[in-house]
Design a protein. Structure first.
Length: 88
């Protein structure tokens, strides 16, 4: 069940990250060129790494990884909303 929750949170994280990358927000221009190149593949790779790490920890008896990833997802979602609605 923990892995299913993490997977659902991971989908939300990827969607939020992609929405920010496609928003065209001027804040994105302040990011290093390596992060912006290739449509933000490096940031998506980072998201994938964090998700895999959380899944591995949860699968090996660390249920706190689900809570930690849940908090991470919540912060990402709020920040994506702020950026995509140009509230910053």
């Amino acid at each position: 069940m923990e892995l299913l929750i993490l997977f659902a949170l991971g989908v939300l994280n990827f969607a939020a990250n992609k929405a920010v990358l496609e928003s065209g927000h001027p804040l994105l221009e302040t990011l290093p060129r390596a992060v912006r190149s290739g449509g933000g593949r490096i940031s998506l790779l980072f998201e994938y790494g964090v998700l895999v790490a959380a899944m591995l920890l949860a699968a090996h008896g660390w249920p706190a990884a689900v809570w930690g990833y849940g908090v991470y997802t919540g912060l990402n979602t709020v920040m994506a909303w702020v950026v995509t609605t140009h509230r910053i």
